[in-house]
Design a protein around this ligand. Structure first.
Ligand code: ADP
Length: 777
């Protein structure tokens, strides 16, 4: 129909070689590049080149048709002039043509194998300037700018050309050539003769194109985003790495190091997952951010822990005995128990079992025995003092959300140990406290309990740590304050204090050689004789263990070294007489302070966490109205036992020669001096009775006797605890007669032979027996 219209408009016609195009068409006034390969087309070009270089180009209706005839091409094409011909190596030709005018194809004739198009040029009609046209031109230009912006990739030259184009017809052709994508649309624009219609149609098509481009872009972006998420991360990280490198930060190396260490580490399960996750986060952080520091220290902690790395145990019982004997003198019972433990371990192949708890006064070698166990087993050794520890977080750590959080002390110690199976000494388990910050004992229980400790949870690690291979050994001075659930899981081995003779042996065989070595002295440099050691024990120390003895020996070494450096003669001889010169006057007297019998004072014996002690119990009587005062840091049980003693005395007043109304006309004051350590327990009953009777009746009490025992209201003496410690204390103080409850006879076996031999122990059943012995007149 359209063709007809064109027909009507035409005047004269012309013939030009016909060049059918696939998916391409030309507009007037515009350059176009065409690649030509078909033989027919090539001959058509040949013909044109031999004539006036003009051809008629027409788009094929179907690009797939190879040998198109009149009906296969559109009815409107373009007359173009060939500007340039380039022969390409594959027998094709590249043409550069310039569009001249639209042309109506009237028919096709074949002449000498060349298709010629019979055509009629359609000269552009100037539409005349109307407001509508003007508006259309502006609208199209604006739309094109928007479209170009959305689509991108259009040259600045083109944009300038469009902006500056005054001719609406040419403008529409340029826009059509660049903005339209489908050949149908392009063809339609070629066929539309009216400029206004072209502008109209273009505006509509362009608006649609614009919308399509936007949607396409959105879809593309979405897909792109998805695809690129991890690529993006990768690129960003790479960029970050390069930036860091430029800044001279060698953070990358620590990240790499972490990776390597993680790969080499035996860490597994939940813990490995945690570290891997954290490392991934860490990689994405700026290394100077506080967050990165937290993250880094977590990763470091995790990688530093000895996951799965253990030392091989040496279960050689005779060898272990040698080690224990070499390090310690005496302590037979403790050593035997430890060796039994190892023997069982050797058979079972592991050391799981009761936790050993070494109980005894300070300085008796609890710590050093544990150290020897580690040496005997060839295990690593760590020590953690629990004294005064009251915060649960100290055991179990703080969560990472706390600023400056670190793991608890158990995990820290494991890191120090560097293996999952060290000998782990928990010192002073009896000094654990608990308050509002939680109960460290329950956290400790989780570490110690074989049922629970395979997955000990530290708040900081956020992953369980296996403590089941750790050999825990605990120490305590006293069992009284150990939380019951903990005590329940432990096997108690008591280590009592040493006698004078034992101390002297330990000093000469172990402490002295150790101190000499520590001070760089040779045995031949300083001579310490046995008498001096005894004088040291008696005059300069007063303890159950050997800690201050050790200190005094160290002090002697320093003095001797000083003497040598001043050019004094060697060997430096340290005998009893020289002690005063080296260490000053003696601090303690072995002789009892009061030798003569006294009124109202007797020697009691007490057990304290620091070993046995002698207590002098004093009673004063004064006129009054029957009040009984007690002073000197006494515990409740001790106060009650004083009352019981008084009640017994009143009930026996007549037999004891005490006036009937005594209790109405007098007050009693009972005092236990040197009470820096609180004393409690019922065992001072006998001593208090004797002191009271002495005070009330005026009978003098012997000072070379010490006593211990609980009494009942009827004056029966009941057995007490801590016999060995108490007898050692009496012996230490130079008191050789001791009154002991008959019920404690069996405990005398524990007392070292040499001490036992020197002591006169009277076993008593009734308090009267004590009174008879102690009171002199
Ligand atoms: P504790 O842990 O019981 O308070 P330590 O183990 O710290 O005591 O002992 C204090 C010092 O005394 C250490 O140098 C230790 O080697 C030494 N010592 C204690 N008992 C003995 C002993 N029986 N033989 C050798 N040295 C000992």
């Amino acid at each position: 129909m359209q063709d007809k219209k064109w027909h009507e408009a035409g005047e004269g016609s012309e013939r030009l070689p016909l060049l059918p195009l696939r998916g391409l068409l030309a507009y007037p006034n515009m350059m176009l590049k065409i690649d030509v390969g078909r033989v027919k087309s090539l001959t058509a070009i040949e013909r044109a080149l031999n004539a006036d270089q003009r051809v008629l180009v027409v788009a094929q209706r179907d690009a797939n048709v190879d040998d198109p005839h009149a009906e296969d091409v559109y009815g409107v094409g373009t007359v173009v002039k060939i500007k340039q011909v380039i022969r390409l190596p594959d027998d094709t030709v590249r043409l550069l043509v310039e569009g001249e005018s639209r042309a109506l194809l009237l028919g096709v004739v074949e002449q000498d194998d060349v298709q010629l198009g019979e055509l009629k040029r359609i000269e552009p009609r100037s539409p005349g300037k109307t407001v509508e046209l003007e508006a259309q031109v502006r609208a199209l230009k604006a739309l094109f700018v928007e479209y170009a912006g959305e689509r991108g990739g259009l040259s600045g030259e083109l944009m300038a050309a469009i902006d500056g184009e005054e001719d609406p017809g040419r403008l529409s052709d340029i826009v059509a050539a660049h903005a339209l994508s489908g050949i149908r649309d392009k063809q339609q624009m070629l066929e539309t003769r009216s400029v206004l219609s072209r502008l109209n149609a273009l505006t509509i098509i362009l608006a649609r194109e614009l919308e399509l481009t936007k949607v396409e872009k959105r879809i593309h972006e979405k897909v792109h985003d998805k695809l690129d998420q991890h690529h993006r991360e990768y690129y960003l990280n790479e960029q970050l790495r390069v930036i860091r490198e430029e800044l001279g930060e060698d953070e990358e190396s620590d990240r790499d190091q972490f990776d390597k260490r993680l790969a080499a580490s035996k860490i597994d399960g939940e813990a490995r997952a945690q570290v891997t996750r954290e490392l991934k986060r860490y990689r994405q952080m700026s290394s100077s951010s506080p967050e990165a520091q937290v993250s880094r220290s977590y990763i470091e902690w995790m990688l530093d822990l000895p996951w799965g790395s253990r030392t091989r145990d040496r279960y050689d019982v005779p060898g272990a005995r040698k080690v224990l004997d070499k390090d310690h003198w005496g302590l037979k019972r403790v050593k035997d128990r430890i060796l039994e433990f190892l023997a069982v371990g050797a058979i079972k192949g592991d050391l799981k079992g009761p936790i050993l708890c070494l109980v005894g006064p300070p300085g008796v070698g609890k710590t050093s025995i544990a150290r020897s166990v580690a040496r005997a087993l060839k295990r690593k050794f760590v020590r953690l003092s629990l004294g005064g520890l009251r915060d649960e977080a100290e055991i179990r750590g703080h969560r990472r959300t706390y600023i400056g959080a670190i793991p608890g002390r158990i995990i820290s110690s494991i890191r120090t140990a560097g293996s999952v199976n060290p000998v782990f000494l928990l010192d002073e388990i009896d000094k654990l406290a608990s308050d509002f910050r939680g109960d460290p004992a329950s956290a400790l229980l989780e570490a110690l309990d074989p049922e629970l400790n395979a997955s000990f949870s530290d708040h900081y690690l956020e992953a369980p740590f296996d403590l089941s291979e750790v050999l825990f050994i605990t120490t305590a001075n006293s069992l009284d304050t150990i939380p019951a659930p903990l005590l329940d899981r432990m096997e108690v081995i008591e280590i009592e204090g040493y006698t004078r003779a034992e101390k002297a042996e330990i000093a000469l065989r172990h402490l002295w050689p150790k101190q000499l070595k520590a001070h760089g002295l040779k045995k031949s440099d300083v001579r310490l004789n046995r008498a001096a050691v005894y004088a040291l024990i008696d005059g300069y120390t007063r303890e159950s263990g050997v800690r201050s003895l050790d200190r005094q020996l160290a002090s002697l070494c320093r003095k001797a070294a000083m003497r040598m450096s001043e050019g004094g003669e060697t060997p430096v001889a340290i005998n009893e007489g020289a002690l005063k010169e080296f260490l000053g006057t003696r601090k303690y007297d072995r002789e009892p302070p009061l030798k003569m019998p006294e009124r109202g004072v007797v020697n009691g014996l007490a057990w304290t966490p620091f070993g046995g002690e002698t207590l002098s119990i004093e009673v004063a009587v004064m006129p009054g109205s029957g009040a009984v005062d007690l002073t000197g840091q006494l515990g409740d049980v001790m106060k009650e036992s004083a009352r019981a003693a008084y009640a017994y005395i009143r009930s026996r007043a007549e037999a004891l020669g005490i006036p009937d109304d005594f209790h109405k006309s007098h007050d009693l004051h009972i005092h236990v001096p040197e009470g820096a350590t609180p004393k409690d327990g019922p065992s001072a009953g006998v001593a208090m009775t004797c002191a009271m009777v002495s005070a009330i009746t005026g009978r003098l009490a012997r000072q070379d006797v010490a006593m211990t025992g609980e009494i009942t209201l009827l004056g029966t003496v009941l057995p007490i605890g801590g016999v060995k410690e108490k007898l050692l204390a009496a012996h230490r103080m130079g008191i050789f007669t001791v009154l002991l409850p008959g019920g404690n006879e069996k405990d005398l076996e524990d007392v070292p032979g040499d001490v036992r031999k020197q002591l006169k122990v009277d076993l008593i059943h009734k308090v009267d027996q004590a009174l008879n012995t102690v009171l002199t007149n």
